[in-house]
Design a protein around this ligand. Sequence first.
Ligand SMILES: [Zn+2]
Length: 338
Amino acid sequence: MSSNAACPACLSADVHSILSVSVAQAAQSIILPKSDPARSDRLTRHIASLWGGDRCEILKCRECGFGFAWPFVAGDAEFYNVANADVVYPRMKWEYRRTLEALRSLPTRDMTALEVGAGNGYFLDLVSPDPIRPENIHAVEYNSKSIASLERRGYRTTAADIRDPCFDDRRNAFDVVFMFQVVEHMDKVGELFERLHYLLKPNGSAFIAVPNPRRIEYQEAHGSVLDMPPNHIGRWTPGAFAALSSRTGLRLAESEVEPLDWAEFLEHDISYSHIRRTQLHPDGVSARIRSLPRSRFRRLGEAAIATMFIPSRLGSWLAAYADRKDMGGSLWVRLERA
Ligand SMILES: [Zn+2]
């Protein structure tokens, strides 16, 4: 499968497989079959149709470090509809603060901005009305509830991919583009970066945050959840951002890993390792509780059983402590249009 694979970021063919996943595993990472057999079947069939087969490889490029699903195919509207992912949008994230700090060094008078995947607009509310006026902000979002709420606050919205022709008239239109936890879901990344170059003004900046690849490696090596396609299909590194930028008229200007937040880390580690146990042992007690209909009883049961397993996590936490400088949740970059 990987014989003719090339890195989507730097085009190198020097890639190797780090993981192979079946459609059943990919579907099970989203829905436990016993909790909803019909939805699980529908999702399994749909992932197989996206992949054109029953397996997907996770490859890693030896040149730039990019990790990518092969076939390199993103989830489509049907996938996200069936997966029915409960996306939680925190009001504040480290990448928001880091971007605000970076914006302070840019001339913000009459600044124009585009956010891709604006969600409920929590980040936009931090930059608007000051320093960016709402009428100068364009938000890309698909969720109809979120769109209505964004428009009430005066932002212009579009429910389309920025690579679609409807953005053809926005050449050199934006001083800044924001993409937080979006790029790891996307395929056709060459076209994406070319589009960023097209949409940005000369010297404009794109601010991007993705999951930190070191955190993903920790999770997969320590009995926590796998970073599973077709939800996440790219594991971005500074090298991958630099390589693809240099091919598309952009430049990696800044790159930073989020400092480790222990409270966030421990909360996610306890909950993700619980979820992983339900996947590895579908007949175990953890999976049986998680397969119950959503209720307060199920929530308490899951919390209790996850807590019981804390002693088994101590060795992994020690490993995370040793690597704490690189263990933060997000990787943040600023790309500049040359
Ligand atoms: Zn590469």
